[in-house]
Design a protein around this ligand. Structure first.
Ligand code: LR7
Ligand code: MN
Length: 585
């Protein structure tokens, strides 16, 4: 009991009972070296309780939370209130709300633009923008930082207004407190529109746009921070041609540390499952007069962050109001822009950060898969014969109803839009078509790091020395959220083929990453989509044969007593055989 209690405290990195202290000290000395091995200062690591706790403690020595967020003290837990804020924050928002709160509404950001962008000049008179931010149950600190970053970094003449659309949120802090701030503290340019029922982000943005009066609309998610001179480079191409739609480069704000870091220059694509993805930029796109900092034509947009002439947005049919809650609208508007006479550009000199979370912290009111519903609508309206590519990957959706699309079909006709074949041939020639039923091989997605694929250091089976059995997926290796168990070793079983890469990730069958919840650290590890930001997916392989999980500070162990199912779990590191693993090539 003692051990498991201490284990919990240890995970959360708090406290000060003497028993816990001596254990912490013991663990620090026995693990410290191992936990630090292989870390570079550039790799941020979620929460690091051990070193933090020993660094600065005691009354009156509380350090100022670091403004950058990357500093580990920004996330230190000093008391139960801190812990509650962090845990409930992860639960509700899927990011570190403790750090977000401590950062406050204003902070400096690293200027992530290419040096050439800094001396670029823009026409003095540009069309002013209405910024529309739709939110549902957003953490107030993140919403306010989004708003203030816009106020702080946008020339006042270019900012017509900021329209916040509350999509029927349930959190108290977004009601009276936000009203008070808007009334008493924020400039009158900031307005709030409240939806009387949950509409979802698609109709929510349409409602926001209907209240807007600026010449240009800029849409942002409610957990963004705009960077230096972000708006001018977006407005200039729209002024030149009102049918040009532009996106900034979306920089990365870590969900665990709130550290802000640059994204590589990539462009938007999609796969036949109708998921957005990032693609490398073909060299031909980088050969314009402005070189690598010039606009890049992009087949699709990620969805949340873009600027568009307001009249063009209306003429083009806004969004499909039959789409619900989340998903699909990004591809729909991308196809529509290209097929109906516009163009979509990514502007490398405009940078906006976005908090990339590992999971979406909300569902749809009735629990429906709105992404599938919305994708069906977009496939039937825009994809012509190519909708088969999607349906052959998702045969279970064939009979599914998707509502009335006649208005959108009529819109397509009225606008005289081109065919999907034209779009593929002209705008996205890289896209491969697949023969019916022939699925494309799945690739691991490292969303946070764009296209960087960490180098694989070792590959093979992972044998547990206590049992002689091998670490294996409990179900299919491709099943997100799946557990891992021990099975008799079989060199031909792909469900036992692991790779260990330079980022400390353990991938099964080159698909999913072994992940430990940073909030519920007593849960067994699971196979999750690789997020590429270390933390819950970073393992260190010491000489001791242990698999040490960096962010929870525990080791992978076979669960005792070993049952026929061969479960594994996380445990305080010791030298028992249960925690000894051998990588077999
Ligand atoms: O019911 C809802 N009502 C809302 O108002 C659901 C969401 N929202 C709000 C939400 O609070 C947020 O501000 O809508 C915004 C977007 O929702 P997120 O942040 O949960 O979406 P996401 O960032 O996970 O997903 C991306 O894809 C979505 C598809 O529908 C939207 O287009 C998002 O705007 C989009 N985000 C980005 O493009 C940011 C970069 C991500 C990448 C790659
Ligand atoms: Mn988002």
């Amino acid at each position: 009991v003692m051990a498991s209690l201490t284990l919990r405290y240890f995970c959360y990195g708090c406290l000060a009972t003497s028993v816990t202290w001596s254990l912490l000290l013991f663990l620090y000395f026995s693990l410290g070296a191992e936990s630090n091995r292989g870390r570079t200062p550039l790799q941020h690591r979620g929460h690091q309780p051990i070193t933090g706790a020993l660094g600065a403690r005691g009354p009156g020595r509380r350090p100022h939370p670091a403004k950058q967020g990357a500093d580990r003290q920004g996330g230190m837990i000093f008391n139960e209130a801190d812990q509650e804020l962090r845990d409930s924050g992860y639960h509700r928002h899927a990011f570190n709300v403790l750090i977000s709160t401590r950062l406050g509404s204003h902070r400096e950001l690293p200027d992530t633009r290419d040096a050439q962008c800094r001396d670029r000049s823009y026409p003095p008179a540009l069309p002013p923008a209405s910024v529309v931010i739709c939110f549902f149950n957003e953490a107030l600190s993140a919403l306010l930082r989004t708003v203030h970053s816009v106020l702080d970094r946008t020339p006042s003449v270019l900012l017509h207004e900021i329209i916040l659309v509350d999509d029927h949120s349930e959190l108290d802090e977004l009601k009276d407190e936000l009203d008070r701030l808007v009334r008493d503290e924020l400039p009158s340019k900031v307005k709030v529109v409240r939806n009387q029922r949950r509409e979802g982000l698609i109709r929510g943005r349409m409602i926001g746009a209907s209240h807007a009066t600026g010449e240009v609309l800029v849409f942002l998610d409610s957990h963004c921070e705009v960077n230096q001179a972000w708006l001018q480079p977006l407005l200039a191409p729209i002024q030149k041609d009102r049918r040009t739609v532009v996106c900034p480069v979306i920089d990365i704000i870590s969900a665990d540390t709130l550290a802000y870091s640059p994204s590589p220059i990539v462009r938007g694509g999609f796969n036949w499952g109708l998921h957005f993805k990032w693609d490398p930029v073909p060299p031909s796109e980088l050969n314009g007069p402005e070189g690598a900092t010039g606009p890049i034509r992009s087949p699709t947009m990620a969805g949340g962050l873009f600027a568009i002439n307001r009249k063009f947005f209306n003429d083009l049919g806004q969004y499909d109001s039959g789409m619900d809650i989340w998903g699909g609208e990004n591809l729909e508007i991308s196809f529509r822009i290209w097929m109906c006479g516009g163009q979509l550009l990514i502007i490398p000199c405009s940078r906006v950060g976005h908090i990339f979370r590992k999971r979406r912290p909300y569902g749809s009111p009735g629990g429906q898969d709105t992404m599938a519903h919305n994708s069906l609508r977009l496939a039937h309206v825009w994809m012509d014969e190519y909708k088969e590519q999607y349906l052959s990957l998702r045969p279970e959706l064939r009979g599914r109803s998707f509502g009335d699309i006649s208005e959108r079909v009529a819109l397509r006709q009225r606008l005289g839009c081109r065919s999907f074949r034209w779009y593929l041939n002209t705008v996205y020639p890289e896209m491969q078509t697949v023969a019916n039923g022939n699925k494309q091989p799945q690739q691991p997605v490292f969303i946070n790091k764009g296209l960087r694929r960490p180098k694989v250091l070792q590959r093979g089976r992972i044998r547990n020395l206590a049992t002689g059995r091998c670490l294996s997926a409990q179900g299919r290796a491709s099943q997100k959220g799946g557990a891992v168990v021990l099975r008799p070793c079989d060199p031909r079983d792909p469900e036992q083929e692991w790779s260990y890469d330079e980022d400390g990730q353990l991938l099964l069958a080159a698909l999913l990453c072994l992940d430990v919840s940073e909030v519920r650290t007593f849960d067994p590890p699971r196979l999750m989509k690789c997020h590429g930001s270390g933390g819950s997916q970073q393992w260190s392989l010491g000489k001791s044969n242990r698999l040490y999980q960096v962010s929870v500070g525990q080791c992978l162990a076979v669960t005792q007593p070993v049952g026929p199912k061969g479960y594994v779990s996380m445990a305080i590191c010791d030298s028992s055989q249960a925690q000894q693993w051998q990588l077999e090539l």
